[in-house]
Write a new protein. Structure first.
Ligand code: EPZ
Length: 480
């Protein structure tokens, strides 16, 4: 039975500062504990006794990778916005802090998960205040377009983000310059101004970057004239952000060839929007069900945004039932089968889905391959799995699919997983958000006890995951 502190309440005013180091910023912004502390998780180490199937029902709320951008979009409105199904995660608290230092009034609405965002009092913020709230988030770069429209200036500190690659922002800066922004690198960040306002432009992205697509959308909707974006990302979270912007008064078309056109408008109003569910969290719990021989109903999950995941889940040997209010994911018995996965942009297999699923692949009878084509260094998490008894080799070559942009460079971006192997307990330190959740799954499916440290990072993207583990029957203690 677990002993735990209730991580459900949300502490106020305790601004978390991320622990993720982004090599680019070479700056550790604080301890992971602060991540968890900001959402009420008072421990940073968990001892898990594995081997128990996870069974039960949990609910997923709004997607971390939509909600944080929707909060920024509220800056563009002349009136308040209402965002619904906002999860209690530290990335939301980081963006809330950043909005508040810029004079946006953020208050809870009537229903749980409602946030009211009132941008009427927007003002410039001092660098130190921005830096104090930026944490390990990459979201500050998306404040630039809206702030340049409202205030004519913006400042962003050096950015953080999980250690899954260099996490550059070159696409973002190129986009902002094309709109007419003046970008000045300063010792501790980047200052921007728009002396002649922002004008519609033509952009072609070298890679369908989610963040850079959001940068174009958040800047173009109020720019003068028409913007054409070629090579856009079209992830469900992007489409939901477009839904929000259209509700605000924007005019946006999405063509079949990944070309997005935006007609700038004079004025945008606040929106009322229920956020798209978090398909990454849903896939993570589905992977946990498979790896622990369990049966988890994920309330709020929807089939259409998880189509590719569901195909792979079935090919590995998992079973699922689509219901009106969620999806049941379970291990139907029998042996798990190896698969070849190539991560890609939407509608391909999402890069954030591969880490949690790798644990089930260590139990599959045969050899699986994961070719990670979105991030260059996203297999750091496998070291701990090998220590627990997994047989996983990492390679620089593009294995199992088409050559990708990392193929001819020195990046270990393909993994070969040979099973079945039994995992045994170990001491693990969580490296990043999705890798961290895969470590929880590994500990839950291993023989014996494991201690997982630095779990505060997991609070960045998984709401009340300790409470959910308890609901699903996991056996663990929180420490520290
Ligand atoms: C978003 O990151 C998500 N994060 C990621 O989820 C997700 O994995 C990723 O999109 C891909 O779907 C948020 O939305 C907060 P990208 P983002 O720009 O926008 C390169 C999670 O765990 N690139 O599509 O940063 C970049 O290095 C996180 O929830 C540049 O080279 O992703 C990467 O190789 C992890 N220059 C590729 O593009 C740039 O200026 C994809 O990045 C920007 C990106």
């Amino acid at each position: 039975m677990s002993t735990l502190t209730n991580d459900a309440q949300q502490t106020s005013g305790d601004q978390n500062r991320g622990s993720d180091q982004n090599p680019g910023s070479a700056q550790n912004r604080g301890s992971a504990q602060n991540h968890g502390a900001a959402v009420g998780l008072t421990a940073d180490k968990i001892t898990i006794r594995g081997g128990i199937p996870l069974v039960g029902r949990i609910e997923v709320k709004g997607a971390k990778n939509l909600v944080t951008k929707a909060m920024v979009a509220a800056l563009l409105g002349e009136t308040p916005s209402l965002l619904q199904d906002v999860p209690n995660i530290s990335d939301v608290r980081i963006v809330r802090g950043l909005l508040e230092v810029h004079g946006v009034k953020v208050t809870e609405g009537d229903e749980p998960g409602d946030l009211i965002l009132d941008p009427v009092g927007v003002e410039s913020a001092h660098f130190a205040a921005i830096d104090a709230h930026a944490g390990s988030s990459r979201i500050p770069i998306l404040f630039c377009g809206p702030l340049l429209h409202r205030l004519g200036e913006a400042f962003i500190p050096d950015l953080g983000g999980c250690r899954i690659g260099d996490r550059p922002i070159d696409f973002h800066l190129d986009v902002l310059r094309k709109f007419g922004a003046v970008v000045e690198k300063q010792p501790n960040g980047i200052r921007m101004s728009a002396p002649n306002g922002l004008k519609g432009t033509k952009v072609e992205l070298p890679y369908p970057s989610v963040g850079a697509t959001e940068q174009v959308l958040l800047t173009a909707v109020r720019a003068e004239g028409i913007t054409e974006l070629k090579g856009a990302a079209i992830e469900p979270e992007i489409m939901d952000l477009i839904n929000i912007l259209q509700k605000m008064g924007a005019i946006i078309t999405v063509d079949t060839d990944r070309v997005i056109r935006i007609e700038g408008v004079e004025r945008l109003e606040g929106y009322r929007h229920r956020a798209l569910f978090d398909r990454n969290e849903a896939a993570s719990w589905a992977a946990a069900a498979l790896a622990t021989d369990g049966d988890i109903f994920v309330g709020g999950a929807r089939q259409s945004e998880m189509l590719t995941f569901l195909n792979v889940f079935r090919k590995v040997g998992g079973a699922f039932e689509i219901h009106d209010d969620g999806i049941r994911f379970y291990h139907p018995g029998g042996v798990l089968k190896p698969v070849i996965i190539e991560t890609d942009v939407h509608p391909g297999f999402m890069t954030d889905w591969q880490q949690p699923l790798v644990i089930a692949l260590t139990k599959a009878h045969g050899t699986s391959i994961v070719h990670e084509t979105v991030y260059e260094q996203r297999f750091g998490f496998v070291d701990a799995l090998v220590e627990m008894g997994a047989t996983i080799q990492i390679h620089r070559e593009c294995l199992g699919g088409h050559p990708c942009r990392f193929g001819q460079r020195n990046f270990n971006h393909s993994a070969v997983i040979t099973g079945p192997t039994k995992l045994h307990g170990a001491d693990i330190v969580v490296p990043d958000l999705r890798g961290g959740f895969s470590h929880l799954i590994a500990a839950l499916s291993a023989d014996g006890a494991s201690t997982v440290s630095n779990v505060g990072i997991i609070s960045r993207g998984y709401e009340n995951f300790i409470t959910k583990l308890r609901l699903l029957g996991a056996d663990f203690d929180l420490e520290g």
